[in-house]
Design a protein around this ligand. Structure first.
Ligand SMILES: *Cc1c(COP(=O)(O)O)cnc(C)c1O
Length: 404
């Protein structure tokens, strides 16, 4: 049946989809076309930061939809200017460029870094150092930046200018810096790579290296940003500031949008006409982005995220102790949580889905829990109960397998 429906699908079969179809969502819950409820701890891969159909977002979207959707960047877009100003006021940045996705935000970051050195009279400094296990998107430049074989294979020559070094190897990093190096690009916590946090002292070390060698430091906070870790941006936890930052996922709360933030210095080569986008920053997206920030920047909102995350991590550590043959550890920051699995992570994801809990597998045999930031104790308890049943089911299946 599944095979049949895949074959007859008009969609390009690049995704292995679960046989689940949702009709509506309310907060942290999704409801299928059969009326079954699922607790959504995947949030559309860290996108639905405020859950599904948050009333403030619905209102902002529908109000804007009745006024104006799109005008292009040939004209002033006041609510985009407002959103940019709010991002500037709450970060290291002086400027913002809006995009439709994470990969496009990274493309802007990469082009900006190259243009910066070009503007300084050093166009040869176009190379960017990246890290093993990284994920920066699926465009030709961002698969080159991510450096993962499985995403590069078959797509022709790899875009030039990316040098990858092992994760957490400071000496290899230093050795990789040459006369053509212009920037270092890193996720403060690798998301797709398996919720691998970069130790704070390493981030500080990166900043020092960049300052010493005149390199730009680029943070990819597409997944870690917009409250996910309990701070507006993950790097704000560590007190290390980039020159350029790519964001997306959470900022639209489900509306496709991203942004590239930068200091005035790093962005100095990006003058009129050198870069562009048709859709990026349109009034509809900007209305939603502002509404997301209205909620996340409300006093106390991020404190509650931190408290909920702490509770969840404690409960998950207990779960890990109860099921050592299924889960071996818990990692991550805030509500970007990784369960390091003993069993294949996809088995735990499937078992959890049977218990009506949605999660997202990642690299390094980790299962990601990325709940909406609005969850409270009740959702944590429900998720833990599902995971407990899922782990017990896997244990029972393993016992049965061993007995046969
Ligand atoms: C999701 C993601 C991207 C790519 O974002 P798209 O919107 O899919 O293009 C880039 N970097 C990181 C860290 C991500 O998690």
């Amino acid at each position: 049946m599944a095979e049949e429906s895949l074959k007859s699908s008009p969609l390009l079969p690049t995704f292995a989809r679960a046989e689940l179809s949702f009709e509506r969502g309310e907060g942290a819950w999704l409801v299928t076309d059969r009326g079954e409820r699922y607790l959504d701890f995947g949030s559309g891969i860290a996108v639905n930061a405020l859950g599904h159909c948050h009333p403030h977002l619905v209102e902002a979207l529908t109000d804007q939809a009745k006024k104006l959707w799109h005008v292009s960047n040939l004209y002033q877009i006041p609510n985009g200017r407002d959103l940019a100003q709010r991002l500037v006021d709450n970060t290291f940045a002086d400027h913002v460029f809006f995009t439709n996705s994470g990969a496009e935000a990274l493309e802007c970051a990469i082009k900006m870094a190259r243009k910066y050195h070009h503007a300084n009279g050093q166009p040869e400094r176009y190379r960017i150092i990246t890290f093993e296990g990284a994920f920066h998107g699926r465009t030709l430049a961002t698969i080159a930046a991510g450096g993962q074989k499985k995403y590069l294979e078959g797509f022709g020559p790899k875009v030039e200018g990316f040098d990858q070094v092992p994760f957490g190897d400071h000496e290899a990093l230093k050795a990789a810096i040459g006369p053509e190096t212009g920037a270092i690009l890193i996720e403060p916590i690798q998301g797709e790579g398996g919720v691998r946090p970069v130790p704070p002292q390493c981030l500080r070390g990166l900043r020092e290296l960049c300052d010493e060698h005149g390199l730009l430091l680029i943070f990819d906070e597409v997944q870690t940003g917009v409250g996910r870790t309990g701070k507006l941006f993950a790097h704000q936890k560590y007190g290390v500031t980039p020159d350029i930052m790519a964001i997306a996922k959470g900022i639209g709360g489900g509306f496709p949008m991203g942004a590239c933030l930068s200091t005035a210095e790093a962005g100095k080569g990006m003058t009129a006409g050198v870069h562009g986008t048709t859709f990026g920053g349109n009034p509809l997206a900007m209305a939603v982005g502002n509404a997301v920030l209205d909620v996340i920047l409300e006093p106390g909102f991020l404190d509650k995220v931190e408290r909920t995350a702490l509770l969840m991590k404690q409960r998950l550590a207990e779960l890990c102790d109860r099921h050592p043959t299924v889960i071996e550890g818990v990692r991550g920051e805030g509500l970007l949580i990784g369960l390091k699995c003993v069993v294949p992570n996809t088995d735990l994801a499937a078992a959890a889905r049977k218990e009506h809990l949605l999660s997202v597998p990642a690299g390094d045999n980790v299962l990601r829990l990325l709940p909406p930031l609005i969850i409270g104790e009740a959702e944590v308890a429900a998720a833990l109960a599902s995971l407990d049943r899922a782990a017990s089911a896997l244990e029972a299946a393993a016992m049965k397998g061993a007995a046969e």
